[in-house]
Design a protein around this ligand. Sequence first.
Ligand code: NAP
Length: 294
Amino acid sequence: MTDRIGFIGLGIMGRPMARNLIKAGHQTTVWNRSRPGIEALIADGAEEAANPAEVARRSDLVITIVGDSPDVEEVALGPNGIIEGAHEGLVYIDMSTISPEVTRRISDRLSEANVAMLDAPVSGGDQGAIQGTLSIMVGGKDAAFERCRPVFEVLGKKVVHCGSSGSGQVVKLCNQVAVSLTNLAVCEALTLCRKAGVDPERMIEAVGAGAGSSWQLLNLAPKMLARDFAPGFKIDHQQKDLRHALATAEAIDLPLTGTSLVHQLFAAVQAEGLGGEGTQALVKAVEKLAALKA
Ligand code: NAP
């Protein structure tokens, strides 16, 4: 028998992820703060609950993918939160990217109510969510991880149990450090190519087949060239993740010099009121420094 899934947070990521669970045959109950996300999923066969507590009551496993730490705290522990729907055997999986420290606190609070929690942030963007090919990094107890593995396998192509509660979030922050610095490298390569008067399409083709290739080069550079700044992953979310990475590093006396630099460059794009654009809009800050017109 398939698990009854509760799904909360039907944004860019949550909507296709919930859809994949429905397609895999799971009875799925959803809740979202605003209506549009709910309407879309009901059309796909989901049932609607009045609040997160009711989602929990009607489900074996509850998944959230919302925004930042306070959002997860509100949905999990706030009024009408998941904790109010706690019942024997309930497992809660948070797939948002939030603070590892807050994750451990929420997990401790839920375990007092006999709810096991896994942190399971993801990488792979909106396309990975749509195609069910996400990389999923999981923190939490072995038994809960094994219990939820089949559901992770519907959502992703790579599932790694990273360690105890909060470890999934730490690994996700490592991912965000690597992703954002690679993004900056791609912006600089593209800007160098354009200002030197060479066709950037040729650069993407050649570099994309060599040692300088990356997901960012292959996926974001063509969008930068096409001036397509629609969000797959919003700058505001990237900045939240870099703040968590820098805070986690500071707590262990670790300088992250490159991460600080790219965080400031993203801040320059946010200052222009563009935090809702995709992370490929980082190129605008690099172009501005180069006095290079779009
Ligand atoms: P999004 O499109 O902005 O969607 C966020 C969702 O969370 C929306 O459904 C929103 O509800 C809901 N939400 C936010 N705060 C809430 C609150 N306090 N209470 C209830 N619901 C709340 O964001 P997204 O791109 O899907 O990202 C979601 C999470 O996944 C973030 O933690 C992000 O860092 C992470 N992530 C994103 C990507 C990506 O490529 N997009 C990749 C990996 C990880 P409304 O519809 O009412 O606004």
